[in-house]
Design a protein around this ligand. Structure first.
Ligand code: BV8
Ligand code: ZN
Length: 293
């Protein structure tokens, strides 16, 4: 019995090693990918911070993930906002100010052009992004699913009112604040001078309308994302480290269905071995080549 268990264990191990070996070698055959794209009827493009990197928007991991002495992930939390609303608003003011001065790059534009071209042919292409910068929409993409909210929307902590706000600065007290240098002084803005709700008679403290770590994603957005992911016949996953959940599970879920998944990234990620394709390089270069008519 013991020998049989041991044998089956080694058989299982061998199978999983073979499977890993097979899985860990995604193709970088661009012609094969372009043939698959030409035949697809429903494409999902899942993006992360890397798609905006060439627009000058810092990514979360690596050097870009720091603002002053804080890691972005430690500021993008309800607890940080509860304890230091002025500091968190300085962080978001810095990002609003930076994104207001940037433009979509060739990767955003290639995705928008693909979506328009497929729509004209009666085929479907949907963008599901983890980013909050709005650059896909500014490049012309429509029906963008923003998993983690929007940098240029606010939500009232008192009445829940959600509205777009493109003002830079969003309130006078934030003008000239938000410098990212490690030793930049905090502005310590009194809560009464932080962004306040404009809904009649409210005046509650506003927060960015984004999903912070430890907060659940909007169920409607999640539902729409799952509908697209469960019915697409090709998935591109662009510029994401695939470490933030639940988004990190989305492309592997599509691959589990036997649907081709193509990863576009500077480097392999923890999920690369689960995908059929991996195209290494700046997505501002690899995507225009991959998605060209
Ligand atoms: C949730 C909005 C249920 C805010 C973001 C403990 C307690 C609570 C929760 C957790 C926990 N442990 C784990 C969790 C779950 C947690 C999580 O996944 N944590 C991680 C860190 C392990 N997730 C959550 O909390 C989510 N909610 O699970 O709800 C729940 C509820 C309560 C308790 C438990 C569970 C909410 C997650 C959303 C967080 N909000 N953004 C803001 O932006 O300010 S996420 C934020 O980080 C971004 O939106 C983005 O999604 C993410 C960063 O990921 P990437 O986009 O991948 O960016 P990154 O920098 O990492 O990578 C860039 C990639 O691009 C790299 O691979 C790089 O190589 C590549 N690249 C760079 N340049 C280029 C390029 N590629 C190509 N070309 C280039 N030029
Ligand atoms: Zn309000």
């Amino acid at each position: 019995m013991l020998a049989a268990v041991r044998r089956s264990g080694s058989v299982l191990r061998a199978a999983s090693v073979a499977n890993m070996a097979a899985r860990a070698q995604p193709s970088s055959n661009m012609a094969a990918f372009r043939k698959t794209l030409a035949e697809s009827k429903h494409v999902v493009v899942l993006t992360g911070a890397g798609v905006s990197a060439e627009s000058g928007v810092p990514t979360f991991r690596g050097a870009g993930g720091w603002w002053r002495r804080y890691q972005a992930e430690n500021l993008a939390t309800p607890g940080a906002f509860r304890e230091q609303p002025s500091l968190v608003w300085e962080f978001y003011h810095y990002r609003r100010h930076l994104v207001s001065a940037t433009n979509p790059n060739k990767a955003h534009q290639a995705i928008a052009a693909l979506q328009a071209r497929l729509a004209a042919a009666g085929r479907r292409c949907r963008v599901i992004t983890q980013n909050i910068d709005g650059l896909h929409q500014r490049a012309g993409s429509s029906h963008v699913l923003e998993l983690h909210g929007a940098l240029f929307k606010t939500r009232c902590t008192r009445c829940g009112d959600v509205r777009e706000n493109w003002d830079d600065p969003i309130c006078p007290a934030l003008a000239g604040t938000g410098a990212p240098e490690p030793n930049a002084p905090a502005a310590h803005i009194p809560e009464s001078e932080l962004p306040r709700c404009q809904a009649a008679g409210c005046g509650g403290l506003l927060r960015p309308h984004v999903v912070w770590f430890g907060e659940s994603l909007d169920p409607d957005v999640l539902e729409q994302a799952h509908t697209e992911l469960e019915s697409c016949d090709l998935c591109l996953v662009v510029g994401t480290s695939s470490v933030v959940y639940p988004a990190a599970m989305f492309a592997p879920m599509v691959a589990e269905r036997g649907v081709p998944v193509a990863e576009f990234n500077l480097e392999p990620t923890p999920k690369t071995g689960e995908f059929g394709y991996h195209f290494a390089g700046q997505c501002g270069d690899t995507l225009p080549e991959a998605l060209a008519p």
